[in-house]
Design a protein around this ligand. Sequence first.
Ligand SMILES: [Mg+2]
Length: 266
Amino acid sequence: MEPGSGVGRRSPSSSSSVSLSHAAVAVCMSLPLRRCSHRTMSTLSQTKELFRRADAVCFDVDSTVIKEEGIDELAKFCGVGDAVTEMTRKAMGGSVSFKTALTERLSIIKCSREQVNKLITDHPPQLTPGIRELVDRLHQRNIKVFLISGGFRCIVEHVATQLNIPLDHVYANRLKFYFNGEYAGFDESQPTAESGGKGKVISMLKEQYSFKTVVMIGDGATDLEACPPASAFIGFGGNVTRQQVKERCSWYVTSFGELMKELEKI
Ligand SMILES: [Mg+2]
């Protein structure tokens, strides 16, 4: 039986990895001098200014917009939480690529479409306090909001709906299912399935929408590494603290209220 249904289809907004790479090169060559990253880190005041005048703000989802890690919740729900946690721990300490780590963990979880739907119904993702107000305020100011996640689109779309974020502003991995609902793998062509995928999405957004200033907000190393091409990075430690991220970013916040306060200054 072949993997089927619309669940595994590629988004019309996704491009091939080849064109994304070209886009990334083109954008990197035209980057302004002032940008973040451990190589050319912006100062705190520069990062705050970039946030205040952003064209778009991109949020990581797991442990940032929501309190938990989606894949861990899915594993627990499918009765393989401990095995997947152990695998995550090993993957973080070694040189396993993001795609390999994702493949291995999903091969243990093997969730059916029904299990994913039931997880969303019975244990919906818990929004981090203050995110709803922050997204509303950004929308009021006509700043575009995107969710860029290494997690799963079916779960992230649920989060986007709660926050009034259009579904074509969601970039995440796509689970695939056979027609009978059994697990059939994931769409390996999505940029978010690769190491460095969040940066590729941001390059693509800058090109597609002609954004000049894009700010990435997240808790993890993959979020930090998306800057550049992101114009600035804000570390979020409201759910978990990743010491390396905290030390390497110029602005680290532990609540979305701090970002709301900054927006009031304009
Ligand atoms: Mg995260």
